[in-house]
Design a protein around this ligand. Structure first.
Ligand SMILES: O=C(O)CCC(=O)C(=O)O
Length: 319
């Protein structure tokens, strides 16, 4: 069946399902990049510290769309949501966001990991965009991905906190098979996308410029949390309807870094952290998702068919 896609070409759609990720895609205009980067850097000037050294780190890097109106605008950008809709369908929540800044000539890196190993969302249709507010080249420590790794299910991760790893618990996969590693290099305003089972990482910034990215994990409303953590996740509905009610709502920020915004952010992060750091949750969810992937070896193809079927009835741009 030929699907109707809103933003991706058929070739891009197929390549995403084949490789588990895709780059570059246009996300923001140059005017938006300058404006959003300006907002970040104004906040840093007011706070007297770079974002990554802020006293509230690392929590302030997490879910910044609840703290800053400009991040909320990025995650709700129609151009970005059209791409997201092509991949996960029309009913979309923002599950998580992060700002990752790597300063010039800094040692910070991200270890090889799969987002799905700690999200514990089933079915594994969780999906992430990474929007560049600066260029992100291999020299600047752009994201890298093991091509096709999303087809092999979840892997065992060790939580080993080491210096300079930007992942909060230092989660990492130690044994990697000899497959293609691709750089997801971007110009400012472009984005990459990756599946929650795609194995990815990034190296230190060896350049003289800042590398700035906003990562957003989107979830279709029919997905649900299958871990044993204590909380109901919060996630903002950003497009479509939710008839499933598997998530509580996250509020939209009215002002940047206001008191109400900081409280809502704190509550949402508390639930997020309680769930993703529950070790029982992690083991159970990993086992369930592994079993699910083993039982459904064609998950990706089946998902592509299902998205195709749901999109086929629409009357949008045909590509
Ligand atoms: O910013 C980075 O280098 C990596 C971010 C990441 O792991 C992600 O977007 O899932």
């Amino acid at each position: 069946m030929t699907a109707v896609l809103k933003a991706l070409t058929r070739e891009q759609f197929n390549r995403y399902h084949e490789d588990g990720g895709l780059a570059p895609l246009q996300a923001l205009s140059q005017e938006e990049v300058v404006r959003y980067r300006g907002c970040l850097e104004q906040f840093e000037r007011n706070a007297g510290t770079p974002m990554m050294k802020h006293p509230a780190r690392p929590t302030i890097w997490a879910k910044p769309h609840l703290l800053f109106t400009w991040v909320d605008q990025i995650v709700r950008s129609p151009a970005i949501l059209d791409v997201v809709e092509d991949i996960i369908g029309p009913n979309i929540r923002v599950f998580h966001t992060n700002i990752f800044v790597k300063e010039p000539h800094s040692p910070e890196f991200i270890s090889w990991h799969q987002d799905g190993a700690y999200n514990a969302i089933s079915p594994p249709e969780v999906f992430t965009t990474w929007v560049a507010l600066s260029d992100a080249t291999p020299e600047m420590g752009c994201m890298r991905m093991l091509k096709g790794s999303h087809k092999r299910g979840l892997r065992i991760h060790a939580d080993i906190k080491t210096a300079h790893n930007l992942l909060s618990r230092g989660q990492r996969i130690d044994a990697l098979e000899d497959v293609d590693i691709v750089d997801l290099a971007l110009r400012a305003g472009e984005m990459s996308i990756h599946h929650s089972f795609a194995v990815h990482s990034s190296e230190p910034n060896r350049s003289s410029q800042r590398r700035i990215g906003v990562m957003t994990t989107y979830v279709p409303t029919h997905c649900r949390y299958i871990g044993t953590g204590p909380a109901r996740f919060r996630a903002a509905l950003v497009r479509g309807h939710d008839e499933h009610h598997h998530f509580d709502d996250d509020p939209q920020p009215a002002v940047d870094f206001g008191i109400a915004e900081q409280m809502a952010h704190h509550q949402s992060c508390e639930r997020y952290i309680a769930n993703v750091t529950s070790s029982q949750n992690k083991q159970l969810a990993t086992a369930c998702l592994m079993q699910e992937a083993a039982m459904r070896p064609c998950t990706m193809a089946a998902r592509a068919d299902r998205v195709s079927a749901s999109l086929a009835g629409r009357t949008a741009n045909t590509r």
